[in-house]
Write a protein that binds this ligand. Structure first.
Ligand SMILES: [Zn+2]
Length: 317
């Protein structure tokens, strides 16, 4: 991989891989603006739901590097609360479009509006927003690799007060993954003078490099890096005026940082008429026939709300 000093880095909708050589730490800084807004806007999510889904999306983007894969990483929560399902999906660059194509991000949350409002207002005071909205359940990491590689899935319980806590529990279970993550999600006023607000998010994941036996490992440096990531309030990962470079230097002020080639991220669904056609044809003709309403089968993508309409003749029924 090509490296260069941490001076040429992109600012928004970008993953900035970096390393701190002295501490044997690799990391990924995530900065999402329009890409996050593109995934969250248009779904009429209550603010608390959009924030939780935003956290899951940043975790997906940040973890994708730590889990070493090509293909698609999806994080899915399934639980018994008023937000029973959230999916965040990160598709790594590469494949047909070439390595320089942006990574793609999509996601959605299912929610019951009145129950969300009730849970936020009347939930147990000791429960966090996540505990009130998601309830009890699980978080699954699924890697759909490029053809020829094996599908992988890991599942952990939703634990603690936040998505990030559950992810840390997952990392602890995975023996080879010594990693920590921090995420901030929020709305900020657009820079275009329109006065409208826009979703933004920032995150940083650090990972201890494997391969050294533990006598050679520098525990003090790792703990110091963990403390720097964990310390909050020193700056704002969401600040649209801070470049990724400045954010990294604020996070690790005394370190010899190296930045690797950044990866651009865009909001893009991967649904298509062909895919929907294929899914519909996987049902027996009798079941397809039952889906016909007013002479057509209408399908709406849960991720992007794209509508697809088929008349029975399209599907050979
Ligand atoms: Zn779609």
């Amino acid at each position: 991989m090509r490296t260069r000093p941490a001076t040429h880095v992109a600012t928004d909708d970008v993953v900035q891989p970096f390393s701190i050589e002295r501490a044997d730490v690799r990391g990924r800084l995530v900065r999402l603006g329009p890409a996050l807004d593109g995934v969250l806007a248009g779904h009429a999510y209550p603010e608390a739901v959009a924030t939780l889904l935003g956290e899951l999306l940043v975790v997906a983007v940040a973890s994708a590097g730590a889990l070493k894969f090509q293909g698609t990483l999806s994080l899915q929560t399934s639980s018994d609360g008023p937000v029973p399902l959230m999916i965040a999906e990160y598709r790594a660059p590469g494949g047909d479009e070439g390595d320089t194509a942006p990574a793609r991000l999509r996601g959605y949350a299912r929610f019951d509006g009145p129950k969300v409002a009730a849970a936020l207002q009347d939930g147990p005071v000791e429960h966090s927003t996540m505990q009130r909205l998601l309830g009890k359940g699980s978080l699954a990491f699924t890697v759909e690799p490029t053809p020829g590689a094996e599908r992988y899935q890991g599942v952990t319980a939703l634990e603690g007060p936040s998505i990030v806590e559950s992810v840390h529990a997952y990392f602890r279970q995975s023996e080879q993954l010594d990693a920590a993550i921090r995420v901030d999600v929020g709305g900020v006023t657009r820079m275009d003078g329109s006065g409208r607000s826009q979703w933004r998010a920032g995150g940083v994941l650090i990972q201890r490099m494997p391969g050294k036996n533990y006598l050679e490992r520098n525990d003090d440096e790792w703990r110091r890096a963990l403390a720097l990531v964990g310390s909050s309030g020193r700056f704002d990962l969401l600040d649209p005026t801070l470049s990724a470079r400045d954010t990294l230097h604020l996070l690790f002020p005394e370190d010899d940082l190296r930045a690797f080639d950044p990866v651009a991220v865009e909001a893009r669904c991967r649904c298509s008429r062909e895919r929907v056609d294929m899914v519909l044809r996987s049902f027996p003709a009798s079941e397809m026939a039952e889906m016909v309403v007013d002479g057509e089968i209408a399908v709406t993508c849960e991720f992007c709300h794209a509508h697809y309409r088929f008349v029975p003749a399209d599907l050979g029924i």
